[in-house]
Each structure stands twice: as structure tokens, then as C-alpha cells.
Design a protein around this ligand. Structure first.
Ligand SMILES: Cc1cc2nc3c(=O)[nH]c(=O)nc-3n(C[C@H](O)[C@H](O)[C@H](O)COP(=O)(O)OP(=O)(O)OC[C@H]3O[C@@H](n4cnc5c(N)ncnc54)[C@H](O)[C@@H]3O)c2cc1C
Ligand SMILES: NC(=O)c1ccc[n+]([C@@H]2O[C@H](COP(=O)([O-])OP(=O)(O)OC[C@H]3O[C@@H](n4cnc5c(N)ncnc54)[C@H](O)[C@@H]3O)[C@@H](O)[C@H]2O)c1
Length: 466
């Protein structure tokens, strides 16, 4: 079989692989992305963007019902047509595919539809979607194959055909009672969306608390808000058996805090974490080291154990966020473009936003981590009601808090639970990455009334250094 040589090939059309190939192709280099299913990867097709689209539909319905109850609207949204919710989501996804196709056309990077497998240190065999094979070689190979929802090995669960985020986003009905296994990011976003569409929702979490990495006050404040919307939570749960079939009727049994627990529902969603896509792709053939977790082992420049092969995004164990996949692109590009790489994963910021309403935004150190690691800091906390923009939206629940070093005036961490809280993050991130003291935010003139105005009050309330 004839081989074709490239400057760079990416297995997987995830964020990092696409951007490296697009930018190198724009600079005149021959590149291609090999993708078995989703042009653009999971984010625009089955993950970030479609979930936010569906959450927004749910918010529209929720607000219409809330304001009809106050008399502001004459009629409430009385129910939801999930086929229309799905269609709105599908149109956005199609639009994203067109955008990504345009990026391939404009840059000159090739898109190859098929399953890629390493067959040599510089060589990939592609089983093409339409049948047939291609052998492609490259100076640089990127593994950007993402991750897949993990299904626990609980007896009966496979037979129950549980939904993952992929099928949830294609539902054209409102589940009567949605049971969600996992109280993490995906679980909570789907819980709120479907509760607002009208489902009864029960979240089962094996840890003692929901969102285990968050501070107790953050986790409990969000759970309280979600419970007021009618979502039920069971924590410290151990599910030992599943029976029935999702879409008809399911029963989960096990224990909660050691006591017997049985939960019945109509649909089951598994949202219990992800496993990296590193199987059946020839990693062992070329001697790429893989961690026990299944992630490709990489150094701070995302190089694997084989020279010329990089891994980016979820499959490399980078924190599971699209913005981190994008940063992985910048790290690999910097490595390939400069003899002295300018970027690495060492010490990088990992901001996050959970898109419930209110949103939960976080960057840097949490109070829990500060305590655990013995970092001395000053804490400032501001109720969301003090951020006057929240009053214009009747969304005063939540708070913001900041951790500032006790030794100098550096900002160490920031968390906000409030409306559109994610939009507050970059201001704080910029001050943190530029090494600016907290007073640089406290002294800003910020337009009134914005959510970021709250940052002035928050950082203005930090106690002086003793
Ligand atoms: C429900 C949900 C909501 C999320 N929401 C957010 C959010 O709001 N914000 C955020 O930042 N993150 C969010 N995430 C996380 C985010 O989606 C992922 O971290 C990100 O998409 C990972 O990007 P990636 O480039 O590593 O892989 P992916 O985008 O998954 O791309 C990998 C691609 O590789 C392909 N592939 C795999 N193996 C092969 C092979 N052998 N040959 C060819 N192709 C292959 C796959 O088909 C896939 O298209 C969410 C995740 C989920 C599940
Ligand atoms: N807004 C966002 O940025 C966003 C949204 C969704 C997902 N994501 C990303 O995708 C990743 C995966 O999301 P996720 O929600 O699947 O994972 P997660 O790691 O966020 O949460 C999974 C939760 O399920 C629990 N769990 C696992 N197995 C269980 C079981 N058998 N029974 C009960 N509980 C169980 C875990 O203890 C954990 O709390 C996230 O970590 C995040 O990085 C991001």
C-alpha cells in the first residue's frame, strides 16, 4: 500500500489536534486529522455546547413559568416539546460542523473520516469510513482521542441500557423519573435541565457530598438551591444491582450510609466519570507508555514516551475541559514552533464553570486545599445579593469568595456561585497570572451594574495584612 507523508497527523478531531493541524496547515505545512465519528470532536457534538444549549432551553421554560406565577407574563410555558428542544440543539450542532468544515477548507488541513491506529513510530493505518485503508506517515503525530462515559460494572446495568450524555441529548420525550448515577458536572447539569423540563429527578452519588472537590459551603449552597427546584439527592450511596430497562422502568438497589436503599425511575443516566479512549489504537505496538488509569503518559510538553508523538486533551489526562484541550494545542504548537518551548502544563491555571443556574465558577486554591496544604491566607466572602446586578435578575442566591495570601497580596483562589458567575473568572485569572496584587481589582472602576462589579466589593473587603 502506498504511504503518504505529512508534517503533522492527528488521530482524533478533538480541540487540540484540530487547532495544531489548522495552524500548521495555514503556515503551509501538510497536515491531516483522522476522525472516526465527530468532526470537531465531542465538545460541539455531544458534550459542552449541546448541553449548554439544552440547559438554556430549560432556563427559558423555567423563567417563563416563574414570571407567569408573578403575573409578569400573562401565560406560562405549560410544558415543553422535547422534539423542538432537540431540533434547536441539532441546528446549533450542524452550524458548528459547518464552522469546523470551514476551518479545514480555509487552512488546507485534510479531514480523513475513519479509525486511526498506530502501526509504527511515524505511521498510522486508517480504516476508512467508506471502506478501504490508507497508510499515512508524519514527522509529528498527535493523539487526541478524548474519553468516553464510564459505565460501572454493577450487575444488571448493561442490560438496563442506561443513557449517557449522548443519548440524553437526543431524547424527544421528558422522562417521567430520571435517575442519575453520579453527582458531578454532567449529572448536575442534566439534573437541573430535566427537572425544569418536568421530570422527577433523583441524583445518586457515592461520595459523602455532591461535587466532592468543592468546599462544603459551596457544595451545600448549590445543593440547597437544586433541592428547592425539586431535585432529590442521595449521597454515600453504593448501588449493587440494577434491574429493568431505561426508557421503561428501572430499579436501583444498594445501600445509603449502610442502610438499604431502593430507587425506582423511568430512565437511568450514567454520569459517573470518563475513561480515556486509548484502546485498539496501537499504542503498545509503538511502545507508548500508558498509565494505570488508561491515560497516555506525557511530560510537561505533552510528549509521549516516543519522540515525535504527542498526546493532548482527555486521553492524556489533561483536566477534562475543552479550554484545557485548547491550551494543550498552544503547548504543542509552542514546542513544534520554537526550539525553546514557551509554554508547558507546569503550574497552569485550570478554571472551571458548572453551567447550572446559578453558575459555579472556580479558579485556583479552594479553602479545603488551603487548609489541607497549610497555606496561610486571608478569606473574603460576599453574598451574591451584594452584587447589585443579581437583584435585577431576582437571582441573589449564592456568594463569591476569594483567598488572598497572608504573606503578600497575591490572589490564590476565587469561587463564585451566582448568575453568569463564569463571566467573572477572567478578571481574577488575569490578575493571578500577571502576579497583580488583589488591590489591583479592588481599585478598578467597573461599570455599574455588572456582575464583575462584585469583584471590587469582594477584593475591597480583604483584611489588611497583619
Ligand atoms: C456532557 C458533557 C458536558 C461537558 N461540558 C463541558 C463544558 O461546558 N466545558 C468544558 O470545558 N468541558 C466540558 N466537557 C468536557 C469536554 O467535552 C472534554 O474535556 C473535551 O471535549 C475533550 O476534548 P478532547 O480534544 O480531549 O477529545 P474529544 O473532543 O472527545 O475528541 C476526540 C475525538 O477523537 C475521536 N477518536 C477517538 N479514537 C479515535 C481513533 N482511533 N481514530 C479516529 N478518531 C478517534 C473521537 O471520535 C472524538 O471525536 C463536557 C463533557 C461532557 C461529557
Ligand atoms: N461545565 C463543564 O465544564 C462540564 C460539564 C460536564 C462535564 N465536564 C467534564 O467532564 C468530566 C466528566 O463529567 P462527569 O460528571 O461524568 O464526571 P465527574 O467526575 O465530574 O463526576 C462523576 C461523579 O460520579 C460519581 N460516581 C461515579 N461512579 C458512581 C457510582 N457507581 N455510583 C454513584 N456515584 C458515582 C463520582 O463520585 C463523581 O462525583 C468532568 O469531570 C468535567 O471535567 C465539564
Amino acid at each position: 500500500m502506498a504511504t503518504e507523508h505529512y508534517d503533522t497527523l492527528s488521530i482524533g478531531s478533538g480541540q487540540g489536534g484540530n487547532f495544531v493541524c489548522w495552524t500548521r496547515a495555514s503556515a503551509g505545512k501538510k497536515t491531516a486529522v483522522i476522525e472516526r465519528k465527530w468532526l470537531g470532536g465531542s465538545c460541539p457534538n455531544v458534550a459542552c455546547l449541546p448541553t449548554k444549549n439544552v440547559l438554556y432551553s430549560a432556563e427559558v421554560l423555567h423563567l417563563s413559568q416563574k414570571y407567569a406565577a408573578t403575573g409578569l407574563l400573562k401565560t406560562a410555558g405549560t410544558g415543553v416539546d422535547m422534539a423542538v428542544v432537540r431540533q434547536r440543539k441539532r441546528e446549533m450542532v450542524e452550524g458548528m460542523a459547518d464552522t469546523d468544515k470551514g476551518a479545514f477548507e480555509k487552512s488546507g488541513a485534510e479531514y480523513v473520516a475513519g479509525h486511526g491506529k498506530l502501526v509504527g513510530e511515524q505511521s498510522i493505518e486508517v480504516e476508512l469510513d467508506g471502506g478501504g485503508k490508507r497508510i499515512m506517515t508524519a514527522d509529528n503525530i498527535l493523539i487526541c482521542t478524548g474519553s468516553t462515559a464510564s459505565i460501572p460494572n454493577t450487575p444488571g446495568i448493561e442490560k438496563a441500557k442506561p443513557l449517557t450524555h449522548i443519548e440524553m441529548l437526543e431524547l424527544d420525550e421528558v422522562p417521567k423519573h430520571l435517575v442519575i448515577l453520579g453527582g458531578g458536572y454532567s449529572g448536575l447539569e442534566f439534573a437541573q435541565a430535566f427537572r425544569r423540563f418536568g421530570s422527577e429527578v433523583t441524583v445518586l452519588e457515592r461520595n459523602k457530598k455532591i461535587l466532592k472537590r468543592e468546599d462544603d459551603d459551596v457544595s451545600s449552597a448549590l445543593v440547597e438551591i437544586l433541592m428547592e427546584e425539586g431535585i432529590q439527592f442521595h449521597t454515600s450511596v453504593n448501588i449493587s444491582n440494577v434491574s429493568g430497562i431505561s426508557g421503561q422502568s428501572v430499579t436501583l438497589s444498594g445501600t445509603r450510609d449502610g442502610q438499604p436503599l431502593e430507587v425506582k425511575g423511568s430512565h437511568l443516566l450514567v454520569a459517573g466519570g470518563r475513561v480515556p479512549n486509548t484502546q485498539n489504537m496501537g499504542l503498545e505496538t509503538v511502545g507508548i507508555d500508558v498509565a494505570a488509569s488508561g491515560h497516555v503518559k506525557v511530560n510537561e510538553y505533552l510528549q509521549t514516551s516516543v519522540p515525535g508523538i504527542f498526546a493532548l486533551g482527555d486521553c492524556a489526562g489533561s483536566p477534562y475541559f475543552t479550554h484545557i484541550g485548547f491550551d494543550d494545542y498552544r503547548i504543542v504548537s509552542s514546542f513544534l514552533d520554537n526550539k525553546q518551548p514557551l509554554r508547558s502544563t507546569t503550574g497552569r491555571q485550570v478554571p472551571s464553570t458548572l453551567y447550572t443556574s446559578p453558575e459555579l465558577a472556580h479558579v485556583g486554591l479552594s479553602e479545603n486545599e488551603a487548609r489541607r496544604t497549610g497555606v496561610e491566607c486571608r478569606l473574603a466572602k460576599l453574598p451574591m445579593a451584594a452584587v447589585l446586578r443579581s437583584r435585577t435578575m431576582d437571582a441573589t442566591r449564592g456568594f463569591a469568595k476569594a483567598l488572598v495570601s497572608a504573606e503578600n497580596d497575591a490572589i490564590l483562589g476565587f469561587t463564585a456561585l451566582g448568575p453568569r458567575a463564569g463571566e467573572m473568572l477572567p478578571v481574577v485569572q488575569l490578575a493571578m497570572s500577571a502576579g497583580l496584587p488583589y488591590t489591583s481589582i479592588a481599585g478598578l472602576i467597573v461599570t455599574h451594574p455588572t456582575m464583575c462589579e462584585g469583584l471590587v466589593a469582594l477584593f475591597g473587603s480583604v483584611a489588611p495584612r497583619s
